[in-house]
Design a protein around this ligand. Structure first.
Ligand SMILES: [Zn+2]
Length: 308
């Protein structure tokens, strides 16, 4: 059995974003139930040891709100978090690692490009490599993350390449891992070795290719990129100058959007993650929310738990 906790579902900045006065952010300040922290999930196959998929800047708040991730009652220093699996090097995926200093052992699993980004940013040296191991993961290379004592976790992870783009803050500068973009954006297929049940985690995706459709068809569960409702929504709302595509994200709506692309693939449960505060599907009474729910999708509240 896999236990999955959605720690946060929002894109970078969260909902509300500190400096944003858009309708969604204003509404979320008035109605705390609409607030959402930045995207991350936690998974466990044994109910005792947990792995995070990405470490968001909101990690400290997310851990405080999630009792299974608290230290054991009788231990002075302890964490049930055995590892963190990173799918990209964006700030909203890696900044939470800085809140995991203080000497507890765990392992960071990431593509060599992302490990290089961490290595070349000296602030991440707060995670001493004697305590916090770095393990390189490869595209299409299945691995089983391990527990701190080296034993098997019972979780099988397959990272695969997804159409996307590199971290914004590296644009225009020398890329530490080289110019080849392979490994910038990973999707994950995560399976419980005991039952074979699996799900997909794809928090960034610029295009649903026919290969991706074949891969995810028939899955019991998918977490999928829900950054924007329409490609030009940041520009139309006066919030920014970039389209969703320019940021490496497919839109929910439109002929090639997520609703259409994943409509007939026999996926049992579809949950959006990485939802930007410009996206009106976050508002429960919006036409956008009705459309995604009619298409069988869910926007999760922080703390939502899924058993697979
Ligand atoms: Zn906003």
């Amino acid at each position: 059995m896999l236990r999955i906790v959605i720690l946060g579902a929002a894109a970078g900045g969260g909902v509300p974003q500190w400096n944003c006065g858009c309708p969604v952010c204003r509404s979320a300040r008035q109605h705390p139930k609409l607030q959402s922290t930045q995207a991350s999930i936690a998974i466990s196959a044994d109910d005792e040891h947990w792995f995070l998929i990405n470490a968001s800047p909101d990690l400290r708040q997310q851990l405080t709100s999630t009792p299974p991730l608290h230290p054991k009652q009788d231990r002075l220093r302890h964490s049930p978090i055995a590892g963190v699996i990173l799918t990209n090097g964006e700030v909203d995926a890696v900044a939470g690692l800085l809140s995991m200093r203080e000497g507890s052992p765990f392992t960071v699993y990431a593509h060599p490009r992302v490990l290089t980004i961490l290595k070349t940013n000296s602030i991440f040296n707060v995670l001493s490599e004697s305590n916090v191991k770095r393990e390189a993961i490869e595209i299409d290379g299945v691995f089983e993350p391990t527990l701190p004592d080296g034993s098997a976790s019972g979780i099988e992870v397959l990272p695969f390449a997804v159409a996307g783009k590199g971290a914004w803050y590296l644009e225009g500068s020398a890329i530490p891992g080289g110019e080849n973009a392979d490994g910038d954006t990973l999707g994950l297929r995560i399976a419980d070795k005991a039952t074979g049940r699996h799900f997909f985690f794809i928090a960034a995706c610029a295009q649903v290719t026919s290969e991706l459709k074949t891969r995810i068809a028939g899955a019991p569960l998918i977490f999928f990129d829900g950054t924007v409702w329409r490609d030009d929504e940041l520009i139309a709302a006066g919030l920014g100058t970039k389209t969703g595509q320019r940021m490496g994200h497919i839109s929910m709506s439109g002929d090639s959007g997520a609703l259409a692309a994943l409509a007939d693939l026999g996926i049992a449960r579809k949950i959006f993650l990485h939802i930007n505060n410009s996206n009106h599907a976050l508002l429960p009474d919006s036409a956008e929310r009705r459309a995604i729910e009619q298409a069988g999708w869910q926007i999760p509240a922080d703390g939502t738990e899924v058993i697979l």
